[in-house]
Design a protein around this ligand. Structure first.
Ligand code: C5P
Length: 235
């Protein structure tokens, strides 16, 4: 079993990202590359991380017409990323096209969906024409994502419990907003400890600043693995 930990490399440059990555052990955590870093450094960033042995979650949240998203997801897979994501709001045909593109090309890359951005408040959902509550919308989109061939979703740990009831244990619940015991909340509104998140159904924990901003990122990783009783030797 691999560690459930994914370290968010939210940096502006390749050099800054690698400075931290070089202090991490790819056998006990994966890494996430988001829009800013990828837009600036592109595939070079992915190659640098792959060369160091990391599994990479490319967090670009594609949302476009089915053909465009399918080709983008395939392009990510061809670069060897471990996981990539799309917006479930792109709809069934978009998600199916993306999943098909990976299957037809025998790609092992995991494909997951974002349901409702956790930055959105209930009234903002209404403003974009969605009358459902956030919880209802997350549940509906999680089910749609699953029946459209997605392997999981990004969700808050708070939502993971319900998603587990509706979509089962195996469906990935990749959860940010994780704060190890005794670390700062930063700008996260709803935070959960690593062990609580796993207990509530999270399958993967996305942690950024508590690790990347720590004096010793490797100690911060070790502390989290200790909290969830993950034994590195078993990876
Ligand atoms: O530094 P921190 O642990 O807050 O980083 C969390 C990561 O998860 C960031 O890359 C952030 O963009 C991402 N994220 C999040 N909340 C979401 C979705 C993604 O914090 N709802």
């Amino acid at each position: 079993m691999h560690s459930p930990l994914i370290v968010a490399l939210d940096f502006s440059t390749l050099d800054d990202a690698l400075e931290i990555a070089d202090q991490l052990d790819p056998s006990v955590c994966r890494v996430k590359v988001g829009k800013e870093l990828f837009t600036r450094e592109g595939p070079l960033m992915l190659r640098a991380l792959h060369n160091r042995g990391f599994d990479v979650f490319l967090d670009l949240k594609f949302h476009d017409i089915p053909n465009t998203v399918a080709n983008a997801v395939l392009a990510a897979a061809e670069q060897g990323v471990w996981m990539v994501n799309v917006h479930a709001m792109g709809g069934r045909r978009m998600m199916e096209a993306a999943a098909d593109a990976l299957a037809r090309n025998n790609m092992a890359t995991h494909l997951i969906a974002v349901t409702v951005l956790t930055s959105l408040a209930g009234n903002e959902l209404a403003e974009v024409g969605v009358s459902a509550s956030i919880d209802e919308q997350v549940e509906q989109l999680a089910q749609l994502a699953q029946s459209s061939g997605m392997e999981g979703i990004v969700c808050s740990a708070r939502e993971a419990r319900r998603v587990r009831q509706v979509c089962g244990n195996k469906f990935f619940k990749v959860t940010p907003g994780i704060r190890p015991k005794s670390s700062a909340a930063n700008d996260q509104q709803r935070i959960t400890t690593p062990s609580q998140a796993l207990h509530d159904g999270s399958t993967h924990l996305v942690v950024g600043r508590p690790i990347t901003g720590a004096e010793s990122p490797s100690d911060a990783v070790a502390d989290i693995l200790e909290q969830i009783r993950f034994k590195p030797g078993k990876a």
